[in-house]
Design a protein around this ligand. Structure first.
Ligand code: ADP
Length: 480
């Protein structure tokens, strides 16, 4: 099949979260399966400057209609591997910036225009380069206008650009909600600014467009597919999601074993496997050293890696700071984002430098070291569409402590509740329940045989992308 992915992030070129990992892994497996795969990305500075893009071919000049203006841009393309092409929709004014969505304090004010331009750039490329896609697979709000824009272009130009469209919700909390005036920039027919179209309480909602107008809709875990149809998790789009109840499929993300495999991980000081865990002890000692602790510490080491955002339950952890102070343990945190959360975590690390350490930046190497060197991984998300780190943790022999929501509930079983099969510890998404889980972790760590059994079961689990990719292939075929 000719499969076109459209996303705002793609590992290793541009990443702020799991979206980048998921799109890269899925595109990679589909390319391995001999599909003809293209991924469209905005031409962000980080991508254009990446060594892989050095020889990129300038494929097209773009002239994109935005309301009553025309904006120019160009399309560059490179091929990082067999069967895979990466198309960059470039316009320096929009994408030649240090970060994809905002300046750290707030979102860029022209995000509405930036991602309309991106989606229209994709449509124009499909049309002018005559790519004839079987499936155009759009990811999250940044690509959510594409199904509508594609059909509109097909109508105007009397062509077929894609047989089917698929829209994947990686996180319904980020919707691309903009003022009503944005609508004119889409050049879509007026009747689409309507409750059955893009209008959402007198604003324009990009994600709503993806959910309503794609041929198929997916989410990244089965439980999240059900959750988003409820007021508790739907972030105001639960009613919209319900209208597609029959079409929404939850396909669990996997682990990209080319990047996340303790037996081959080049970012670790030592590799290891389920049969031989000596390398994990080396990683643990190195992690403790990097945290500023004695490398010979024998108590439990807790790790945490996440965007600092309400979703990730950082506040539940902060509410339990006395746990880390009162017990003989270490806590290594990697995360950045919300400034208040960063300041509070920094204050904890400063108050107890012998126990808690914070690295407040994006650090790929450190993220691998934490997954490998920790005994427990703390991930008490308030909601979690899929979540990757709880899977990485299991593969790396690090017992995850997770809340019972979304993809976390689909990928972890509690070791006390299921003594023969459990691979982690679970809590409800509140501070008191997390406290109990942390307390249970101490008990589990003290019982070496039981800890090892839980760890071994986690490492034996198969989270490979083959399963997910097969699910998407089947979905594409069915839709065609
Ligand atoms: P989300 O997409 O909501 O952020 P996921 O669990 O799906 O959450 O994916 C997060 C990804 O981002 C993981 O690969 C994780 O290791 C990575 N990550 C998050 N924060 C950092 C950081 N500060 N440094 C390096 N990697 C990070």
């Amino acid at each position: 099949m000719k499969i076109v992915h459209v996303a705002s992030e793609l590992y290793p070129y541009i990443k702020t979260g799991g979206l980048a990992d998921a799109v890269a892994a899925l595109a990679g497996v589909l390319a391995d399966h001999d599909h003809e795969v293209s991924v469209f990305l905005p031409g962000y500075r980080a991508v254009v400057d990446h060594k892989d893009a050095a020889g990129a071919e300038r494929k097209l000049r773009l002239r994109i209609e935005m309301g009553d203006q025309f904006l120019s841009g160009d399309v560059r393309v490179f091929s990082p591997r067999k069967n895979l092409k990466v198309y960059l929709i470039c316009r320096e004014e929009f994408f030649d910036r240090r970060a994809p969505y905002g300046n750290g304090e707030r979102d860029f004010e022209d995000n509405s225009d930036r991602f309309i331009f991106f989606c229209k750039g994709v449509v124009e490329t499909l049309r002018l380069a005559d790519l004839q896609a079987d499936v155009v697979h759009c990811h999250d709000w940044q690509a959510a206008l594409l199904p509508l824009l594609l059909r509109e272009s097909e109508r105007r130009h009397r062509v077929t650009l894609a047989l089917k469209t698929v829209f994947t919700i990686h996180n319904i909390a980020y919707q691309g909600l903009f003022p009503a005036t944005t609508f004119a920039r889409t050049n879509l027919p007026d009747e689409l600014y309507h409750i059955d179209g893009l209008e959402y309480y007198s604003q324009v909602n990009y994600m709503k467009g993806g959910i309503l107008f794609a041929d198929r809709v997916t989410t990244v875990s089965p439980r999240y597919a059900r959750e988003i149809q409820t007021p508790e998790f739907g972030c105001g789009l639960d009613g919209v999601a319900q209208t597609r109840a029959d079409d929404i499929v939850g396909l669990l993300n996997g682990v990209d074993t080319a990047v996340w495999n303790p037996a081959t991980d080049a970012l670790l000081p030592a590799t290891y496997s389920r049969a031989d865990l000596r390398g994990k002890a080396v990683c643990r000692a190195e992690l403790l050293k990097r945290g500023g602790f004695a490398p010979g510490f024998t108590g439990p080491v807790f790790g945490m890696i996440c965007r600092f955002a309400e979703q990730k339950g950082v506040d539940l952890v902060l509410a339990n700071k006395d746990f880390f102070l009162a017990n003989d343990c270490r806590f290594v945190v990697l995360g950045a984002g919300d400034k208040r959360m960063e300041a509070e975590m920094r204050a904890l690390a400063t108050a107890a430098p012998d126990k808690v350490c914070l690295t407040a930046k994006l650090d790929e190497g450190m993220s691998h070291l934490i997954e490998a060197g920790s005994d427990f991984f703390v991930m008490p998300s308030l909601f979690e569409p899929c979540g990757l780190n709880q899977m990485y943790s299991q593969v790396y022999g690090t017992v995850p402590i997770v809340s019972r929501v979304g993809g976390l509930a689909d990928t972890v079983a509690d070791a006390d509740e299921f003594p023969a099969t459990g691979t982690g510890l679970m809590c409800e998404p509140n501070a008191a329940s997390l406290r109990q889980a942390l307390q249970r972790a101490l008990g589990l760590f003290a019982d070496r045989a039981r800890y090892t059994a839980v760890q071994q079961r986690g490492m034996a689990r198969d989270f490979s992308w083959e399963v997910a990719a097969a699910g998407y292939e089947q979905l594409y075929r069915e839709s065609l």
